[in-house]
Design a protein around this ligand. Structure first.
Ligand code: ADP
Ligand code: MG
Length: 230
């Protein structure tokens, strides 16, 4: 699914990025400006309280967009070592639990075996956060995201499965995951999956998406197994 990127001319990518950055960053900044102007005009203690979460949300969003673009432009260095995948999974899930609760999505983790994989903690965590966040965001009203990991001794890999019962994707949509700026969300950046795919490949892992429209999506990630015990 990534071959298409080979055909993308670097100049085109840079141009697209510049346009997209300008566009994406202007929207939240306009919102923030509006609120700040409003505050100057009025005696606004209570209003300030009322709108400050919105202001923060927009600022955080701006920050996230910039961070994502920077990651895209300048890949962070990483070190391969033996990392406890179970712990990284639990940390990632806990980080996203508030978002899950807010979205009426239950995060279930089938805590299987404690094992180590070859990788980089930050890279793996970033990848898992992106994938689990997408799973949560795919669910409209309420739903479940099931996460499990299992050790495949024969192939010496650890397989992590992230399964949601969200809106799913058509074959055509599935093909576009991971292409820069591909998003179907009004507040999406279309960069999460691209970064995820790159990070996982850098670590020698694999990522695979399966999806059925209206039923949900299953993302399967593998990392190289190091040893079983902690
Ligand atoms: P973003 O989340 O900012 O839109 P991503 O690269 O993370 O960017 O995802 C790109 C697109 O892929 C999403 O907008 C969505 O349409 C689709 N997608 C990714 N994960 C899922 C999922 N679990 N279920 C349904 N659609 C998904
Ligand atoms: Mg995303």
């Amino acid at each position: 699914q990534f071959d298409e990127m080979v055909y993308m001319d670097k100049l085109t990518t840079t141009g697209q990025m510049a346009a997209s950055i300008a566009h994406e960053i202007r929207n939240p900044i306009t919102t923030v400006r509006g609120f700040i102007q409003f505050m100057q005009q009025d005696t606004v203690d209570e209003k300030l309280k009322q709108f400050s979460p919105l202001i923060l949300e927009e600022l955080d969003r701006t920050n996230m967009i910039i961070t994502n673009y920077l990651k895209l432009a300048k890949p962070e260095p990483f070190e391969l070592s033996n990392v406890n995948i179970d712990k990284i999974l639990m940390d990632s899930i806990e980080l996203l639990r508030p978002l899950g609760t807010f979205s009426n999505v239950t995060l279930e983790y089938d805590n299987a075996e404690n094992c180590y994989v070859k990788g980089d903690t930050q890279h793996i965590k970033q990848s898992l956060l992106n994938v689990i966040k997408n799973a949560i965001e795919s669910i409209d009203k309420r739903g479940v995201v099931k996460i499990s990991n299992l050790v495949d001794y024969q192939n010496e890999v650890v397989t992590i499965v992230i399964k949601d019962n969200g809106k799913g994707m058509t074959k055509d949509e599935l093909k576009q995951i991971g292409l820069p700026f591909y998003t179907t969300k009004t507040k999406g950046t279309g960069l999460g999956s691209m970064i995820t795919n790159r990070l996982i490949r850098q670590l020698g892992g694999t990522i695979d998406y399966e999806s059925e429209l209206g039923k949900g999506t299953t993302v399967t990630i593998t990392f190289q197994l190091v040893s079983k015990k902690s």
